[in-house]
Design a protein around this ligand. Structure first.
Ligand code: ZN
Length: 180
């Protein structure tokens, strides 16, 4: 079932999410709903707080970079209780957006290029993965959501200034769409 997206201004987006204690049927349904919601909103990543559930899990679509841009592959992944174990010193700039801040895209957002993440999948199997480029970017972005951090917090002071006006408009328009 597709669930409603929480938008900037909703306090749940600023909370630190709680660990998933065990992988129950409820968690499996939640993950399936998150994948469906991500698909329906054309996102490449979605964290549980973005649909109003303050738990430490997120989903993502595997993206391939081509000369024409980015292509979403059929493959999706569920990350439960993720821990970012290490990040590379090298940082890269990429453009970023967020389903909870509709219409705002910022070029040249700086983040580590390569990361190692430890997580549990829906079958309860633990994985340690080292990924780079877009895959690393999406994981860092979604993992931030579990800590109440939004990508706009990662911008430089001048980038923040540049988006100030648009952000105000988005907040005004979308915060009303959050459930009370
Ligand atoms: Zn986001």
């Amino acid at each position: 079932m597709k669930r409603g997206i929480r938008y900037i201004g909703d306090p749940i987006l600023r909370q630190k999410a709680k660990p998933v204690e065990s992988i129950t049927d409820e968690i499996k349904t939640l993950a399936a709903d998150m994948l469906e919601t991500m698909e329906a909103t054309n996102g490449i990543g979605l964290a549980a707080p973005q649909i109003g559930v303050s738990l430490r899990l997120f989903v993502l679509a595997i993206v391939e970079e081509t000369e024409e841009g980015r292509i979403k592959l059929e493959q999706t992944r569920v990350y439960i209780n993720p821990i970012i174990e290490s990040v590379s010193k090298e940082q890269v700039k990429m453009n970023e957006g967020c389903l909870s801040i509709p219409g705002l895209y910022v070029d040249q957002v700086l983040r580590p290029e390569k990361i190692t993440v430890r997580y549990t999948d829906l079958e309860g199997v633990e994985h340690v993965e080292t990924v780079e480029s877009w895959h690393a970017r999406v994981i860092l972005h979604e993992n931030d959501h579990l800590n109440g951090v939004l990508f706009i917090d990662r911008l430089t002071p001048s980038q923040k200034k540049e988006i100030e006006f648009d952000l105000k408009k988005i907040k005004k328009k979308f915060s009303k769409k959050n459930p009370l």
